[in-house]
Write a protein that binds this ligand. Structure first.
Ligand SMILES: [Mn+2]
Length: 402
């Protein structure tokens, strides 16, 4: 007794991929296409592995308007699965909730969409039955503990829960349909197909409770290779294989610049590190984080970025530097400054003054359109802000040539 399926989530088809100035047109085209290309890889895998069905755990579309282009492309991929008699079980998430306004493109009959109430759908092959449980987001904000509405319904050989929601305590994503791992375990499912959190994670192995992450990163914070899971489920046993699908990989590359003395050294060091990333197969968009910089020459980040972007790029496998974060060795800088004049001592004291900090952020917290989205700053956040202020001050002093 065995079933196999693909579990993917957070396709975000037709993600706009904004904010990349200077990206050459060919690379931009590839990036704009990447969510579709990645999804095609998911479908190719389903077909080549001859899976019984596919689960899509929410956020198929990036926007609640579900662009017609995205819907047509999605339908075309569904048709490819229909040809191979592969069923699809999907839920809509906060990004593509049922209440959005869109032109409805009809999907083939192999696609089963869960309604907004937690419901069960049954997959049957020969004498084997699988119960799948799930719900789609009615509106963007589903804050209730929908997990409480899930109930295993026997008889069936396998039970699979599909849930687009947030693991309690995870702060990177909005806290929709929150749950704890113990809540899921209590439901006695054989597999939990999660979606919403874009970072891949296996929360439990028996039974598997899985966030596959998204299939293609959409911005510099969605780093590393993205993909989906190919799952084989047997009685009391499961095996998972990660299938990479991302077309363009976002990465943060840290460079320790403590040994460089001149701008030219720095440039050469960056160049070398960038060349080491390229593997001739994959494409990367990277943020360079240059740390421990202590060179005396003054230069602009934008200049360094510009020359790094000037080198030839190959659309099939490129490494593109999208931004640079320069971090001076602040201890060294501060020491230098303090040696220069007592004025700096006073200046740095300013960033430690919590009254001044409160004053500085007050307009934001009082703004009628903004304040309701903000939460009070914690002591830790205030400390971070003060440190960032000091770093900023130092950086500005360096850039102004002191
Ligand atoms: Mn998502």
């Amino acid at each position: 007794m065995e079933i196999s399926f693909i579990h993917c989530a957070d396709l975000h088809l037709d993600s706009p991929m904004v904010g990349l100035k200077n990206l050459p047109v060919t690379l931009h085209t590839k990036l704009k296409e990447s969510t579709f290309t990645a999804f095609k890889k998911v479908i190719d895998t389903a077909i080549s592995k001859k899976v019984d069905f596919m689960i899509i755990a929410g956020d198929i579309y990036d926007g609640e308007d579900r662009s017609i282009k995205a819907q047509i492309r999605f339908r075309d991929e569904m048709l490819r699965l229909e040809e191979k008699q592969i069923e699809v079980y999907l839920v809509h998430g906060n990004h593509d909730h049922l209440n959005g306004s869109w032109v409805q493109i009809e999907l083939p009959p192999n696609v089963h969409v869960f309604p907004s109430m937690v419901s069960v759908k049954q997959f049957v092959k020969n004498n084997l039955s699988v119960n799948l449980y799930g719900f789609s987001y009615e509106t963007r904000h589903v804050k209730e503990r929908k997990i409480d509405e899930y109930a295993r319904r026997d008889p069936a050989h396998f039970h699979i829960g599909i849930l687009h929601g947030n693991l309690e305590g995870s702060t990177e994503h909005s806290s929709y349909a929150p749950f704890q791992v113990k809540d899921l375990l209590a439901k006695k499912m054989d597999y939990w197909a999660l979606g919403h959190i874009h970072k891949r994670g296996i929360l439990e192995s028996i039974p598997p409770i899985v966030y596959p992450g998204n299939i293609q990163g959409r911005h510099k914070k969605e780093t590393a290779i993205k993909g989906c899971y190919y799952v084989e489920l047997r009685e009391g046993d499961a095996s998972l294989e990660f299938i990479p699908t991302s077309v363009v990989i976002w990465e943060i590359v840290k460079i320790d610049a403590s040994t460089v003395k001149t701008f030219n050294d720095l440039y050469m060091l960056c160049r070398k590190q960038i060349d080491e990333i390229g593997d001739g197969k994959s494409s990367f968009i990277i943020t360079l984080e240059i740390e421990q910089l202590r060179i005396e020459e003054s230069f602009l980040e934008s200049d360094l970025l510009e020359i790094l972007q000037q080198d030839e790029v190959d659309a099939d496998s490129f490494v593109w530097v999208s931004s640079i974060k320069l971090q001076e060795n602040t201890v060294w800088l501060k020491e230098n400054l303090l040696r220069e004049s007592a004025f700096y001592e006073e200046l740095f004291a300013v960033t430690k003054d919590s009254e001044l900090l409160n004053e500085a952020v007050a307009p934001l917290f009082q703004h009628p359109k903004v304040h309701r989205f903000l939460e009070e700053l914690t002591a830790e956040e205030k400390k971070e802000l003060a440190e960032e202020a000091e770093d900023l001050l130092l950086t500005m002093l360096v850039k102004s040539g002191r």
